[in-house]
Design a protein around this ligand. Structure first.
Ligand code: APR
Length: 243
């Protein structure tokens, strides 16, 4: 691990009390949840249909059975635990240094680690709603259901509160994410390839002092980072002290 760069990150964190974290699937790989575009990522799986097609609105509508087969098999990881990155970000929030986590992840691990201000741009597997009567169901209900989960109340198909391709993002979540990023003194971007919009475009609202990128692979756009670390993000954060 590049300890010199970790020391530089430590100084940036020590010197700020207005840090926003912007993350993606790479934050959860050390918790055993595969990302999407790495070699062993979900999108490189050989599947009956291209995974990016399966997690789309039109596929969900047309083929809920196949959708749920993939979703339960590959996207629900109920016993995943927060790793050092999630835990340290929660500690930094409690210490008044991290003001918000803006995440593309749907696994709920930031909240499980104790973070309070978490903006889930792509929704969450922990929330599921009947498409007919709107009744809420938790992830366990989906996990325990056979085939396509249907609402016991009205028989409607239950849908995860996850933003599928072809669907829009929640406008309030976007607004709050932009406000946090616009106000931030430091933006730490981690575990994301920055190829999916509008999420990847939110970093353009950052005009603060220091931008840090912690990502193993190359990213799909210019970030103007002041510090780039390519070590595993959980290992990096395990070295960070909350002072
Ligand atoms: N530490 C640091 N970086 C990591 C780690 C790790 N432990 N593990 C993976 N990475 C990096 C990979 O190199 C990759 O560049 O994280 C990045 C993850 O990129 P993607 O797999 O593209 O995931 P993400 O950027 O979150 O995808 C965005 O695409 O399909 C949609 O909705 C889906 O939210 C997702 C969005």
């Amino acid at each position: 691990m590049d300890l010199e760069k970790v020391a530089e990150l430590q100084k940036i964190i020590d010197d700020s009390d207005n840090i926003v974290f912007f993350g993606g699937a790479g934050v959860s790989t050390e918790s055993g949840i595969p990302d999407f575009r790495s070699q062993d990522g979900l999108y490189n799986l050989k599947y009956a249909y291209p995974p990016e097609e399966i997690i789309s609105h039109s596929f969900f509508e047309a083929n809920p059975k196949e959708f749920y087969r993939f979703y339960k098999d590959k996207m629900l990881v109920p016993d995943a635990q927060p790793n050092a990155a999630h835990l340290k970000l929660a500690e930094l929030e409690a210490a008044g240094k991290v003001k918000a986590v803006v995440t593309q992840n749907i696994d709920g691990l930031h909240q499980k680690a104790g973070s309070k201000a978490v903006y889930e741009l792509h929704g969450s597997t922990l929330r599921n709603y009947c498409t007919r009567c709107g009744t809420y169901y938790d992830a366990k209900f989906i996990q325990d259901s056979e085939g396509v989960p249907v609402c016991p109340k009205c028989g409607g198909i239950i849908k995860p509160d996850v933003v599928l391709y072809e669907e829009g993002l929640d406008s309030r979540t976007i607004r709050r994410s932009i406000e946090a990023i616009e106000d931030a003194d430091v933006l730490i971007i981690g575990g994301t390839s920055l190829v999916v919009y509008p999420a990847a475009g939110l970093i353009d609202y950052f005009h603060g002092r220091k931008l840090v990128l912690i990502n193993k692979g190359a990213v799909g756009r210019e970030t103007r980072a002041d510090l780039v670390i390519t070590d595993p993000i959980g290992e990096v954060f395990s070295q960070i002290k909350v002072r």
